[in-house]
Design a protein around this ligand. Structure first.
Ligand SMILES: Cc1ncc(COP(=O)(O)O)c(C=O)c1O
Length: 388
């Protein structure tokens, strides 16, 4: 079936014995032990046993099955946050002495995890421009267990050439982990382009209403068995109430994405003409460096865009503080328009030079374009820029 149908129906159907049209929310942490549960536990099939919510929960089952259908995966698992999902995906693929080759433009907390938290465990991360054939191949020739990238990068909106990168990574014996948060499973299915794991912060578009924290990892059966062990024993499982909110959010993901994208393209074109804007970064603009790669690998350009305000971070902050409708807040992918400055939010742990290398020049404002009437958004941004 098509993605819009899967978003509503995959994972749960009202049936004669289970008459609820909406999947029931099961808050119970524990379940009756019976012979079947004991048999599953003692034969090493604990992931199949309905005995305890950190191990398995019926509400999570519904959403996991839906995401697996959308991703074209053998299995999907839900996590307490996007970072918990990224952590589990990495830990399932790494060991002491491993090397990670990551795209140099990635979300600040992932950069922090790879650069600072995993280093004492003997895991080395190298950040390169994965689009550059020479840099990529040179980095891979030094050895790699994992190649890590984002489908659409936060916040520079680069679109790495996944099929080419994945082919080289496989040849070098590395697993390919893709954070597909900005693209959602609707704009790209990374597993079909060579990724081993597709990871999302479900906090963003998949939830869609800025009211849940969650993450998910999808992939083939063998690697997901290892991811499951990390979920179960590191304990980063999703709460059933968050799974219920995600179940609800996913049903309208196609509708929301259509509007996010339409609004983002409109705003990108309008702001590109504003004299106070040095550059607009949006993969849907012909002027964007990743436009051709985006056209080849995505079925849409997404709802995120960044603008570079003339005058640097202070001028950008002045502009942001003049906005009346868009809210200054971190996070993204909700129905409301949010703006943030990476230098004081998502990428604050980087130095200015590290930010520049990650595609973040001074004055960059990240905009998560919501689903409001685009005429109101346009008026808000133009007035804020005019007055800044
Ligand atoms: C691209 C990307 N990946 C992962 C995350 C982390 O997700 P969470 O906040 O749900 O842990 C974020 C958060 O902003 C993000 O933008």
């Amino acid at each position: 079936m098509h993605p819009a149908t899967l978003c509503i129906h995959a994972g749960h159907r009202a049936s004669a014995d289970q008459r609820a049209v909406v999947a029931p929310v099961v808050h119970s942490t524990t379940f009756l032990l019976d012979d079947e549960a004991y048999a599953a536990m003692t034969s090493g099939r604990s992931s199949e046993a309905l005995i305890y919510t950190r191990i398995r929960n019926p509400t999570l089952d519904v959403v996991q099955e839906r995401i697996a259908a959308l991703e074209g995966a053998d299995r999907s698992l839900l996590f307490a946050s996007g970072m918990a999902a990224i952590h589990a995906g990495l830990m399932a693929s790494l060991r002491s002495g491993s090397r990670v080759v990551a795209h140099r433009e990635i979300y600040g907390s992932t950069w922090d995890l790879l650069s600072n938290l995993l280093a004492p465990l003997g895991i080395v991360a190298e950040f390169v421009d994965l689009n550059d054939d020479d840099s990529r191949r040179a980095a891979l020739s030094r050895g790699a267990d994992v190649v890590y990238l984002e489908t659409i990068t936060n916040p520079s909106l680069d679109v790495p050439a996944l099929p080419r990168i994945a082919a080289d990574a496989r040849a070098a014996g590395a697993q390919v982990l893709v954070d597909a948060t900005f693209a959602t499973p609707l704009l790209q299915r990374p597993l079909s382009l060579g990724a081993d794991l597709s990871i999302h912060s479900a906090t963003k578009y998949m939830g869609g209403h800025s009211d849940l924290i969650g993450g998910c990892v999808s992939g083939g059966a063998a690697v997901m068995a290892r991811v499951y062990r990390w979920m179960q024993l590191a304990g980063g499982c999703m709460d059933p109430h968050a799974a219920f909110l995600l179940d609800r959010g996913l049903k309208t993901l196609p509708l929301r994405m259509e509007c996010h994208q339409r609004n983002a393209l409109h705003l990108a074109r309008r702001l590109e003409r504003h004299p106070r804007v040095e550059a607009v970064l949006y993969p849907g603009l012909a002027s964007h460096r990743a436009h051709e790669r985006a056209r080849r690998t995505l079925s849409g350009f997404g709802g995120m865009l960044s603008i570079v305000v003339r005058g640097g971070d202070e001028a950008a902050l002045r502009m942001v503080r003049r906005l009346k409708l868009a809210l200054e807040a971190s996070s993204l992918g909700g129905v409301e328009t949010l703006v943030s400055l990476p230098y004081n939010t998502s990428h604050t742990r980087m130095t200015a030079a590290e930010r520049l290398a990650a595609g973040i020049p001074p004055g960059l404002v990240r905009i998560s374009v919501g689903v409001e009437d685009v005429r109101d958004l346009e008026a808000d941004f133009v007035a804020a820029l005019d007055g800044a």
